[in-house]
Design a protein around this ligand. Structure first.
Ligand SMILES: [Fe+2]
Length: 259
């Protein structure tokens, strides 16, 4: 259980983004092959949410608050499939709203995460699912997991992932954020991810932890699709310890960006 005065709270409150690649293994090449094959052979596995109200209802029901992706009409050429979420349905893509917290709220979130289900998409991604469960699951309590594709020429416009009803809490406490990992499975040379006014130096195989209450957007000028795993996850004690033990280390500090 994390308490208010845990050094982890202090670290995470001051950090907008950091690359955890030196602590957590990257997806093996087989994950890239599996997802790229699926894009070619079974593109219908990937979808976009059609009805934002539907996802708001889900969020209300399962997590107690709603978020509507008002940007979605203006974004282009992104597709996704959910591998793990509260409903077990792969097309339920926008179920944001996992607040970081500590004390009792933290324990409650872990319980919520445990109630999440693997979706009907996982049968198409056995290698990817195994990586997430067996490798990432060693380091994180897993929540909402998606495979997100940004096709060539696609963009996601600037936005913040903040649940509307909790906006004030999120703006004033940087730990009250959506805990999110952006894992680059595949990307071309002209893919750009901008977060908190910085072009994130993201490379294939990186695992970037992001405070998604800060503005972020993405654009893919490459001729090939960008494939990310976006994983809402709470770091386990072992990973928190690794990060804290290395936070003064130059190599790791270079991979972090302050609030
Ligand atoms: Fe976002």
């Amino acid at each position: 259980m994390i308490t208010d005065n845990d050094p982890w709270i202090d670290f995470i409150s001051k950090t907008a983004q950091c690359n955890l690649r030196q602590f957590v293994p990257s997806p093996p090449p087989e994950v890239r092959e599996e997802i790229n094959n699926c894009l070619i052979t079974s593109p219908k596995i990937f979808s976009r949410p059609r009805d934002p109200d539907e996802s708001s209802q889900l969020t209300n029901e399962h997590l107690g608050f709603a978020v509507t992706d008002s940007q979605q009409e203006y974004d282009f050429l992104w597709l996704g499939t959910a591998l793990r979420n509260p409903t077990g349905k792969k097309e339920h893509l926008i179920i944001n709203g996992i607040l970081g917290a500590f004390g009792k709220e933290y324990a409650k979130q872990i319980r919520q995460y445990r109630s999440f289900k693997w979706t009907n998409a996982t049968q198409h991604f056995p290698i990817t699912t195994q990586y997430i469960n067996d490798v990432l699951g060693n380091y994180f309590y897993l929540g909402f997991v998606r495979v997100m594709i940004l096709l060539s020429g696609g963009k996601v416009l600037p936005h913040k992932d903040i649940p509307e009803r909790r906006k004030s809490e999120n703006e004033f406490s940087s730990y009250n954020i959506l805990n999110s990992l952006h894992i680059s499975v595949d990307q071309g040379e002209k893919y750009f991810f901008i977060h908190h006014n910085r072009i994130v130096p993201i490379s294939r195989g990186d695992l970037w932890w992001m405070n998604n209450s800060k503005e972020h957007w993405a654009i893919n000028f490459s001729s090939t699709p960008r494939t990310h795993l976006i994983v809402h996850a709470i770091p386990k004690k072992k990973l928190r310890g690794l990060i804290l033990a290395n936070k003064e280390n130059n190599e790791f500090a270079k991979q972090c960006w302050p609030i």
